[in-house]
Design a protein around this ligand. Structure first.
Ligand SMILES: Cc1cc2nc3c(=O)[nH]c(=O)nc-3n(C[C@H](O)[C@H](O)[C@H](O)COP(=O)(O)OP(=O)(O)OC[C@H]3O[C@@H](n4cnc5c(N)ncnc54)[C@H](O)[C@@H]3O)c2cc1C
Length: 360
C-alpha cells in the first residue's frame, strides 16, 4: 500500500426515508468520531479513517477513506450495518465501488495455526498461533475474534467480503466467535500469543480450544479491535484474569514517564504471573480464595477504597471484568466520583451464566 494515498470506496444507497437515516447515522457516528458539516452533507473522522455522507436524490451517497484495507473494510462494514439498523423494514441495496472485491477474503481475517502451547499458571494456557501478514494486528487495538469449530473435529468455513461491505458465508458449518486479547505479537516471526482462561463450564468453545488445542490445529482470527488506551499521566487498571492479558500488554506499552496502578483479581495466589514492571508501575493481586469467578465484589471494593493519592489530575481508569462487577465499577466512576466520560473505559468481558459476547 502507498502510505501517502488513502484507499477509498463509495456507494449510493436508495432509501425510503433518507433524511431520518442521515440524522440517526450522524448522531450515532458523532459518539465515535468528530463530525463536521450540516444535516444534508457531513463527514466524520474516526481514528481509522473518514466517512462522508451526502443526501442525493432518493438516497444517501457515502464515501469512506482509510490508510489500509482493514480500516477501509471496517468503515464499509460500519456504514452498511448502521444503514440497515436505521432503516428497519427495508433491505437497503448497498454495493460498494472500491475496496475489497465481493467474495474475496476479508482483509481483517487470517487463518492461524497453533504452533505451541505453554501452561502459564494452573488456569491459564498460552497458545502461540502462526499466520501471515500480521502487521495490521500490531496496532489500533489489542483484541481479536477467534473463529472456532462449533464442534470438535469440524473444520468450519471462513467468512468472505459481501457486496454490501459486511460478511458473507460460504455453504458449510460456520464457526463460533469468541473475543480474546493478543498478549504478544511478533510480526516478523508471524506469531501471536493468546492466553486462555481455563474456566469452569461445559459448552465453552473458547476455553475448550485453549485447553485442548495441539500444534497444527487451525483457527480463524479477525481483528484487531478495541481501540487504543488514551495517553494520561496516571492510569488505574482493574480486571479479572480475562483482562490480565490486556492489562499486562497495556502496562508494557505505557510511555516511559507514565505511572500506573493495576489491581487484578485471580482465583488464588497460584494464578499470579511475573509481569515486567518498571518503576512507577504498581501491581496488586486480589485473590478470590476459592470463590467462583464473577461472584465477588473484590474489584469494585478495591476501587472504592483507593486512597486519595491514587486520584490525580488526569487519572484515566480502565476496567475489564465480569458484567456485574463492570456495572458496579462504572456506576461508582460515573455517579459517585462524577468522572468525565472520556476519562474511563469499563468493559464487560464476560457474563456469568451467559455464553458468548456480552451486550454491555
Ligand atoms: C475485549 C475482550 C477481550 C478478552 N480477552 C480475553 C483473553 O485474552 N483471555 C480470556 O481467557 N478471555 C478473554 N475474554 C473473555 C472471553 O471472551 C470470555 O470469557 C468468553 O466467554 C470465553 O468463551 P468460552 O467459549 O470459553 O465460554 P462461553 O461459551 O462464552 O461461556 C460458557 C459459560 O462459561 C462462563 N464463562 C465465560 N468466561 C468465564 C470466565 N472467565 N470464568 C468463569 N466462567 C466463565 C459463561 O458465563 C457461560 O456460563 C475477553 C473478552 C473481551 C470482551
Amino acid at each position: 500500500m502507498n502510505a501517502t494515498s488513502p484507499l477509498s470506496a463509495r456507494t449510493l444507497v436508495p432509501l425510503r426515508s433518507p433524511d431520518t437515516v442521515m440524522a440517526q447515522l450522524r448522531e450515532h457516528f458523532g459518539e465515535h468520531g468528530v463530525i463536521s458539516g450540516d444535516d444534508g452533507s457531513w463527514s466524520v473522522v474516526f481514528d481509522i479513517g473518514t466517512a462522508t455522507a451526502s443526501r442525493q436524490g432518493g438516497g444517501i451517497a457515502f464515501s469512506v477513506e482509510a490508510r489500509d484495507d482493514t480500516s477501509l473494510a471496517y468503515l464499509q462494514w460500519s456504514v452498511a450495518e448502521h444503514v440497515c439498523e436505521f432503516a428497519p423494514g427495508e433491505t437497503p441495496e448497498i454495493a460498494w465501488d472500491g475496496g475489497t472485491q465481493p467474495g474475496a477474503p476479508l482483509p481483517y481475517f487470517r487463518e492461524m495455526r497453533v504452533l505451541r502451547a505453554t501452561q502459564v499458571t494452573p488456569a491459564m494456557r498460552r497458545l502461540t498461533l502462526g499466520g501471515e501478514k500480521l502487521d495490521r494486528f500490531a496496532h489500533d487495538g489489542l483484541h481479536v475474534r477467534l473463529l472456532l469449530a462449533p464442534k470438535p473435529g469440524i473444520t468450519p468455513v471462513w467468512p468472505v467480503m459481501a457486496a454490501d461491505g459486511r460478511q458473507a458465508w460460504p455453504d458449510g458449518e460456520r464457526p463460533v466467535a469468541r473475543v480474546y486479547t493478543i498478549r504478544r505479537i511478533d510480526v516478523e516471526a508471524g506469531e501471536v500469543d493468546i492466553d486462555f482462561v481455563l474456566h469452569e463450564g461445559d459448552e465453552m468453545p473458547g476455553a475448550v480450544f485453549g485447553r485442548d488445542a495441539r500444534a497444527g490445529d487451525v483457527v480463524g482470527m479477525t481483528g484487531p479491535g478495541g481501540g487504543t488506551l488514551p495517553p494520561a499521566p496516571h492510569h488505574l487498571f482493574f480486571g479479572d484474569e480475562t483482562a490480565l492479558p490486556a492489562i499486562s500488554r497495556m502496562l508494557e506499552e505505557l510511555p516511559e514517564k507514565a505511572r500506573a496502578s493495576a489491581f487484578i483479581e485471580i482465583a488464588d495466589p497460584s494464578e499470579r504471573q511475573e509481569l515486567a514492571l518498571r518503576p512507577g508501575i504498581e501491581l496488586e493481586w486480589l485473590s478470590r480464595e476459592g470463590r467462583p469467578a464473577g461472584t465477588t465484589t473484590l474489584l469494585a471494593d478495591r476501587l472504592r477504597a483507593l486512597d486519595p493519592g491514587h486520584w490525580q489530575a488526569g487519572t484515566y481508569v480502565w476496567a475489564g471484568c465480569e458484567q456485574t462487577a463492570a456495572r458496579s465499577i462504572r456506576s461508582f466512576l460515573k455517579s459517585e466520583r462524577r468522572m468525565p466520560r472520556q476519562q474511563y473505559l469499563v468493559a464487560a468481558y464476560w457474563r456469568r451464566g451467559q455464553a458468548g459476547e456480552v451486550e454491555d
